[in-house]
Design a protein around this ligand. Structure first.
Ligand SMILES: [Zn+2]
Length: 81
């Protein structure tokens, strides 16, 4: 079963919801923190790579000079524990 991440637009709480039906838009969902109903569905992989509003450190880009070009390295922080 697909597991989707939803972010509450009111308090920023992120929760995972297992969607058991294909018409997930019809599900009655609410934030388990503030009970708000304005939830935004996140793509799990994308939300992780973007570091979207997680409480941990966010990815940073470090640049360095490689010859005549500038190289960028995306540093995605791993788990802190
Ligand atoms: Zn909320």
């Amino acid at each position: 079963m697909p597991i989707y991440e939803f972010r509450c637009l009111q308090c920023g709480n992120i929760q995972e919801i297992i969607v058991t039906r294909s018409d997930s838009d019809a599900l009655e969902m609410k934030c388990n923190s503030c009970e708000g109903k304005d939830l935004e569905r996140l793509l799990s992989a994308a939300s992780y790579s973007m570091g979207a509003d997680r409480s941990g450190p966010k990815p940073s880009v470090s640049t360095k000079t490689c010859g005549e070009n500038t190289c960028g390295t995306l540093n995605i922080p791993g788990p802190t524990r």
